[in-house]
Unconditional design. Structure first.
Length: 632
């Protein structure tokens, strides 16, 4: 282990590390700077190309618009000349169309003409379409290009349309931008266009030129960045080594002198500046100064420590003798404690036997109290049932009395009903007689009506009115006779029903008498039951009072038994506690005896250690004397 501590670690120069770190930082900064410049220049290039493309598109739009306006101006001029010559409109249109057919601009620029209705008038690349309607023409993207030409071209200022159409001599559609405007006298839309790929070719050439210029700028920036990085690295490394690394090297040299040289603790570093390095040097000086003071104090006190070690060895021997005497006294106390523990254990066993007997007595009293309580509850329930039965019988007696009264009233009502039925029967006999009289009257009336009809027939024409009246009277008499028969039969039936009712009423009267007698007998029996239940209830209450007195005495005995058990338990607890304390005391005395022996052994060890300490102090004094702690 000491060999590993003394072995020198592999050290990499702090100057090299700081140089590498500084160069890495500067290279990173240069890289970020170059990347930012690259991104900015790329953005500027894209913005510039986009602006140039828009300018070219605008120039091309102005060119084709100017060409269409020139064509319309040409058409208007020749149309006016042809009008002055007296040509018809059809002839003027034909001449103007052929004139425009031969017009060209740039290399392959031409004009086409369509009517407002979509009929093609002129299309130099495809003359076969002239005279046909091409509103349904669409480019390869499905865009109705001719329809949009006409819709925009009919407006006063015209307009632009983007579409795809093959170049002359080719079948492949190319992006194209057109401009159309109207010639109102003929209802024509005149148009022309430019292919966008021509503009793309020009933009591509400019882009290639600017990319070459961009590469030159980037190369120059990288070259300048490398030069700046190299110069900055040299300056930064020199400043860093001088300002930060050199103080660390000085501190390292001082520590090397202390650890491997003469142990000079009076060395100090020079303080320059006011930064962390200066603070580090200051703390180094203060630390070395404190170590110097500490070593000096240890050296001064080493002699005194040697004397103290000798005194400690002498005191340890005296303490060992005292501990031996204490151990002997502890053994005597331990024997007495064991004798006391045996007596406490026997007493505790007797208390437990008494407590067990009291618990058995308490269990018997508890059982008796439970039986008395159960008997009390049973008798109380029986008294409650007797009261309930008594109340039920009383309610039944009331119901029987009410039934008796109702039976008596019903009997009286049936007697009255029987009387009324007899009277109705008598009255119905008189109604039958009256109905018979009515029947006789209707028979006589019918006979008189027949006679009147015969007489009216004898009278001839003068008796016809009387015959009609006689006929009506005859019909009325017949109807009255029929009704009287019905009333008579109904009254006879009513008489029979009343007779039957009278007979039944007599029978019901007999039944009501029997019911009344039965209710009277039941009422007397109910009164006898009520009196018997009253006597039973009074006897049960007396038994309940006696049982409650027994329960009270049992409870008092049980409480006394519980108090005796509680007192015995407290005594048993105290005896157990005393037994535990005795045991603890006995154990403590044993532990004290063992502890005294251990202390004695420890003092022997301390005595040995004090001698070793004395030798260590001498050795330490010799080592401390090797350090230089005073300046010359």
């Amino acid at each position: 282990m000491h060999q590993n501590q003394n072995r020198k670690p592999h050290i990499r120069s702090l100057k090299v590390k700081m140089g590498i770190a500084s160069i890495s930082i500067l290279i990173g900064v240069a890289t970020l700077y170059t990347t930012a410049a690259f991104v900015i220049l790329t953005g500027l290039q894209k913005t510039k190309l986009s602006a140039e493309r828009n300018i070219l598109l605008s120039d091309y739009d102005m060119r084709i618009k100017g060409q269409v306006e020139n064509a319309i101006s040409l058409i208007r001029t020749y149309d006016e000349l042809y009008q002055k010559e007296g040509l018809s409109a059809e002839e003027r249109q034909k001449n103007v169309k052929e004139l425009v057919r031969g017009q060209r601009y740039d290399t392959d620029g031409y004009f086409w003409i369509d009517t407002f209705d979509g009929v093609n008038v002129l299309l130099p690349p495809k003359p076969e379409t002239e005279g046909t309607n091409r509103l349904d023409w669409k480019d390869e993207d499905g865009k109705p290009m001719v329809k949009e030409f006409i819709e925009i071209g009919k407006t006063a200022n015209g307009g632009f349309v983007d579409f795809k159409y093959p170049k002359m001599g080719s079948d492949k559609p190319q992006p194209k931008r057109s401009y159309t405007a109207p010639y109102q006298p003929f209802n024509w839309v005149i148009g022309t266009g430019n292919y966008v790929d021509d503009i793309d070719a020009i933009i591509f050439e400019q882009e290639q030129e600017e990319k070459a210029e961009f590469k030159r700028i980037i190369s120059f920036l990288i070259f300048m960045s490398l030069i700046i990085v190299i110069i900055s690295c040299v300056i930064l490394v020199a400043v860093t080594i001088r300002r930060f690394v050199q103080p660390v090297i000085d501190i390292t040299q001082k520590l090397k002198d202390i650890s491997e040289g003469e142990g000079d603790l009076t060395a100090q570093l020079k303080l320059k500046g006011d930064d962390e390095i200066t603070l580090l040097c200051s703390y180094f000086n203060r630390t070395i100064e404190k170590i110097c003071i500490a070593i000096k104090n240890v050296r001064d006190n080493s002699a005194e420590m040697k004397n103290l070690g000798e005194q400690l060895a002498s005191s340890t021997s005296s303490a060992a003798s005292a501990i031996n005497e204490i151990s002997a006294n502890i053994d005597g106390v331990k024997k007495q404690t064991l004798s006391q523990s045996a007596g406490v254990t026997e007493t505790s066993a007797n208390i437990d036997a008494i407590l067990k007997g009291l618990k058995n007595l308490d269990d018997s009293i508890s059982a008796q109290a439970a039986s008395v309580a159960e008997s009390t509850a049973s008798i109380e329930e029986m008294v409650s049932n007797i009261d309930s039965v008594t109340k039920t019988v009383e309610k039944t007696n009331d119901s029987i009395n009410a039934l008796t009264n109702s039976t008596s009233e019903g009997r009286k009502t049936m007697i009255e009903t029987n009387k009324i039925a007899q009277k109705v029967m008598q009255d119905s006999s008189m109604l039958i007689d009256a109905s018979n009289v009515i029947h006789d009257i209707s028979s006589q009336t019918n006979l008189l009506a027949m006679n009147a009809a015969i007489e009216a027939a004898h009278a001839g024409e003068s008796g016809k009115g009387f015959a009609v009246v006689a006929e009506e009277i005859r019909k009325l008499a017949e109807a009255t006779s029929e009704k009287s028969k019905t009333i008579t039969q109904t009254l006879k039936n009513l008489g029979n029903d009343i007779s039957t009712l009278s007979t039944s009423s007599s029978k019901i009267d007999v039944k009501f008498s029997e019911i009344f007698d039965s209710c009277t007998e039941v009422g007397e029996l109910s009164n006898n039951v009520i009196r018997a239940m009253e006597e039973q209830r009074n006897g049960s209450k007396e038994i309940l009072i006696a049982i409650r007195e027994i329960n009270s005495v049992t409870t008092s005995v049980k409480n006394s038994s519980a108090e005796m058990i509680y007192g015995s338990q407290e005594i048993a607890k105290e005896m157990n506690r005393l037994e535990s304390l005795t045991q603890v005391l006995s154990d403590s005395m044993g532990e004290m005896s063992v502890g005294a022996q251990q202390i004695n052994d420890a003092l022997q060890d301390i005595n040995s250690l004090s001698h070793d300490n004395k030798e260590s102090i001498s050795s330490m004094r010799n080592e401390v004397m090797k350090f230089k702690v005073e300046r010359e």
